[in-house]
Design a protein around this ligand. Structure first.
Ligand code: BGC
Length: 494
């Protein structure tokens, strides 16, 4: 097998972790339709089952820092696959809402571990000129996982046990497949196993590059040997900068609203005017497909045009599409308010009861001053804006956050740093998932989208001013770049 094929195989195998992540993000929306009835779940009960995965992922990501540092990325990925298989079967066999919640927590734990271990492991094995593309495969598999779960939801309904049980398949592939993969050379070297590290480098890199990589890794280890505790690694300027940049971007990745769209797309489309549930589901499937296809742009460009260029273009597109959505929904929110006040004045005695909302929903269109539940124009405008937003996310913030988390940390700070950044990502994911619907009803759709647009703008400014280019540099060169200060006291942006 050629070196290129071998490294590619490693990257694809590791990316199966992304498949687990994506599958479980998507599968719950379809399963909930039937679980709600089976276990008589209230809205809150459904929220608990849904967010159990995210809480588990947060805990898994934090624990993965210690585990990966001690046992390496290969072992962490195998463990994650095994945990996921157990969790998938336990979810499928659940007899009560409590056991289901615990099983989902376990699944989340496995996902959190791969989110830390997969990008880190691939970054340590990939050659510098293809590292961005190879870590992006992880994101590609997340998007494919989401698509597959939408399809399984459609095909397997109403059998929710099948939906959960099928998640074990990528878990088995990950656990078994990784056992045939090598350990990362940087981890081996950090454990003093230099001969084995050299062997892996010889199998994955061209001879001259393997020699210099080994020298760089050795020098890196020597310079950090005096640090007796992992937290001392964060005394270095490079580690601190990496931690601030990656954690900020990982949190902002969620606060620009991506999962509000992924989780609630059908509801947004219905609100905009695709009244028929089927039309809304088809529109959602389009979103899933665009998410997959646009990730290929990054695969083709990330190592040539660089991380910054893709992020700057993608974020500009997101600010614009979210801004247009915000303005378009202004008129709708206004009509909605008038609709509610018309209904309230017509039937004041029922205004405070839950059925008041239902009666507002069936108000006859002639009562309303302008658009009823959305309009055809708003529906199509929303679809176009959401598609542009998803495409821009998929070639920028989606993959690049994982690429940067994988490649920016110096060796000693790598596992802990990855764990903190990934933990931040899941925590923010949890907050958005838990608050989006309340935000919609408290502030209206327009203001919610405008809020996401402002966060995207802040992210764009952050990238412009604080993110150095890392494309084509070795991990050791990135560490040197991050540690450098120019005479004016500014960090260089390459
Ligand atoms: C994000 C996920 C999101 C997915 C969508 C990932 O990069 O971390 O939260 O669901 O992209 O494709």
């Amino acid at each position: 097998m050629s070196k290129n094929t071998y490294v590619m195989l490693i990257a694809i195998m590791t990316a199966c972790g992304g498949l687990l992540f994506g599958y479980d993000v998507g599968v719950i929306s379809g399963a909930l339709l039937f679980l709600g009835k089976k276990f008589s779940l209230t809205d809150q009960g459904q929220e608990v089952v849904t967010s159990a995965v995210l809480v588990g992922s947060f805990l898994g990501a934090l624990g993965a820092g210690w585990y990966t540092r001690r046992f390496g990325g290969r072992s962490a990925n195998m463990l994650a696959g095994a945990i996921f298989v157990v969790g998938a079967f336990a979810s499928a066999a659940s007899g009560s809402a409590e056991t289901l919640t615990m099983s989902r927590l376990l699944v989340g734990f496995g996902i959190g571990i791969t989110a830390v271990a997969a990008p880190l492991y691939v970054a340590e094995i990939a050659p510098p000129d293809r590292r961005g593309m190879m870590i992006t495969l992880y994101q590609l598999f997340i998007t494919i996982g989401i698509m597959i779960s939408y399809m399984v939801d459609l095909a397997a309904a109403p059998h929710w046990r099948v939906m959960f049980g099928l998640g074990a398949v990528p878990g088995v592939v990950l656990a078994v497949g990784m056992s045939f993969m090598p350990s990362s050379p940087r981890w081996l070297a950090s454990r003093g196993r230099m001969a084995e590290a050299k062997k892996v480098l010889d199998r994955t890199l061209e001879p001259a590059m393997a020699e210099s990589a080994l020298r760089d890794i050795q020098a890196d280890i020597d310079s950090q040997r005096s640090q007796s505790h992992w937290w001392l690694a964060f005394r270095s300027r490079a580690a601190r900068r990496a931690l601030i940049i990656t954690t900020t971007l990982a949190v902002l990745q969620q606060f620009i609203g991506i999962n509000a769209i992924i989780y609630y797309a059908p509801r947004i489309f219905q609100k905009a005017g695709f009244a028929d549930a089927k039309a809304a589901l088809w529109a959602t499937l389009v979103v899933g497909l665009v998410n997959v296809i646009a990730t290929f742009i990054t695969i083709g460009m990330v190592d040539k045009s660089g991380r910054r260029t893709l992020l700057i273009w993608g974020l500009t597109g997101m600010v614009t599409s979210l801004g247009i959505l915000g303005i378009a929904f202004k008129q709708f929110d206004h009509a909605e308010k008038q609709k509610i006040s018309l209904n309230t004045s017509a039937a004041p005695t029922v205004a405070a009861s839950p059925s008041a909302n239902a009666s507002a929903d069936v108000a006859s269109p002639q009562d309303l001053p302008s658009t009823p539940e959305g309009s055809e124009t708003l529906a199509w405008l929303t679809l176009v804006c959401v598609v542009v937003y998803i495409a821009c996310f998929a070639f920028s913030m989606g993959p690049l956050v994982w690429v940067l988390i994988g490649e920016m940390f110096p060796l000693q700070a790598r596992c802990t740093g990855n764990a903190i950044a990934c933990g931040g990502n899941y925590f923010a994911n949890f907050i958005v998932g838990a608050t989006f619907l309340s935000m919609l009803s408290a502030f209206g759709a327009s203001n919610t989208f405008l809020l996401f647009a402002s966060v995207a703008m802040i992210t764009l400014l952050f990238v412009l001013f604080f993110l150095p280019e890392t494309a084509g540099r070795t991990l050791e060169e990135i560490e040197r770049d991050l540690g450098e200060v120019t005479p004016s006291g500014q960090h260089p942006v390459r």
